[in-house]
Design a protein around this ligand. Sequence first.
Ligand code: SAM
Length: 287
Amino acid sequence: MVATPIGNLADITLRALDTLRAVDVVLAEDTRTTGQLLSQHGVRARLKALHEHNEASAASAVVEMLRAGEQVALVSDAGTPAISDPGARLVRHVREAGFAVVPIPGPSALAAALSVSGTEGAFAFLGFLPAKSGARVAELERWRDFPHALVLYEAPHRVRETLADLARVLGVEREVLIARELTKLFEQIHACALGEAEAWIAADANRERGEFVLVVSPPAAPREREAAEGERVLSILLEAVPVKQAAKLAAAITGARKNELYARALELRKGFNAEDAEDAEGRREGS
Ligand code: SAM
């Protein structure tokens, strides 16, 4: 399984080139695309097509080649084979037939986008979401409460719709990293709130072109959500009841910490008092 560049042709490893030179057959998703890459690097190889429509039948043919003592490499159009690309069925079939399957690692849009996202720890890779909005929203709802980052691939003609659905289902406040045309001439990496993402794309027709990875940051931790909700309720209650009572009620309603709310209520009350004083001042000057 040989990884190839996701745009910049220089992003191919020495081991990938050695392997592609050494094997008897290179299976390629699109023999023309791979032919160009190989000729760019002066590699001559016997190319055969393996794509999603012939993967099952090609798998049997590959096992025959391996039994005949041949070595076979698989490449996809770009990046790492079998990541949102054909190859997984072939891998299973070949391993079940008793042959080794070896990774020759290299570029993948998934790893490239993640590496510049600032994501720490776990994440889920969703690949491409369903093309139709109903199915896409249903799939996203399954991930709404997932406590880690989400990584998605998207096609240019659907990126705006998908960003709108992401904002609707996951919330406008979560951050998204839009990684466009990675490693290519017009590479662009933009981070913003999900609520601003569709408008950012719409602001320039060029931003809707090319290939995209979207990395959505994890949801706010439950404690942070509670604290934010506590403060929202507190500021409403402070309009009607004294500080201590407002903090107590806001804590009971939202589960946020009473002491923190009390401290915040005193700060807010100072603000209110200052505003009241300004209002009174204004009224005196006006009268
Ligand atoms: N196997 C590939 C990999 O390892 O990344 C992915 C193949 S998948 C069919 C193609 C999708 O990957 C594109 O629609 C896009 O979402 C993403 N992708 C590939 N190259 C990219 C690039 N240069 N910049 C951003 N996204 C890219």
